[in-house]
Design a protein around this ligand. Structure first.
Ligand code: IDP
Ligand code: MG
Length: 141
């Protein structure tokens, strides 16, 4: 069993796609074990995406990620990290495979509807960024 962190980004929440996005993960067999809605400050978005701080899109990305509410979820399942990324599709929705979330809903390379951790190290850091031990325990069964 593995856990990963996913976000439904502001374009997904504002277009009323929370349930649709979660449905993609659930129908693929991933289980939601923690979930919350929140709004990041620009500073929090910069901390979350700090690996991208030197990229040309960083300022726009952190503006966008702090522009409205997001939903954070912890997904659990076998190979959850790579499976979540497969279900999301490529970063650029125009290049995302048929049947993926970004192909179905992504607007452009920035407003691509979902985030998913890219490694066990990122997943551990990103889960701890959004959820307390107590919130993670609540989803245990
Ligand atoms: P990922 O979300 O597929 O892992 P990353 O390369 O880690 O992609 O980039 C993080 C986020 O930054 C992307 O999901 C997207 O929102 C944004 N982003 C990435 N590349 C670009 C770009 O070239 N232009 C604008 N935004 C980008
Ligand atoms: Mg990434």
């Amino acid at each position: 069993m593995e856990r990963t962190l996913s976000l439904i980004k502001p374009d997904g929440v504002s277009r009323n796609l929370v349930g649709e996005v979660i449905r993609f993960f659930e129908k693929a067999g991933l289980r939601v074990v923690a979930l919350k809605m929140l709004r990041l400050t620009k500073e929090e978005a910069a901390e979350f995406y700090s690996v991208h701080r030197d990229k040309p899109f960083f300022d726009s990305l952190t503006d966008y990620m702090s522009s409205g509410p997001i939903v954070a979820l912890v997904l659990e399942g076998e190979n959850a990290i790579s499976r979540c990324r497969e279900i999301m599709g490529a970063t650029n929705p125009a290049e995302a495979a048929e049947g993926t979330i970004r192909r179905a809903f992504g607007l452009d390379k920035e407003k691509n509807t979902v985030h998913g951790s890219d490694s066990p190290e990122s997943a551990a850091r990103e889960i701890a960024f959004f959820f307390s031990e107590r919130e993670l325990l609540a989803g245990k069964r």
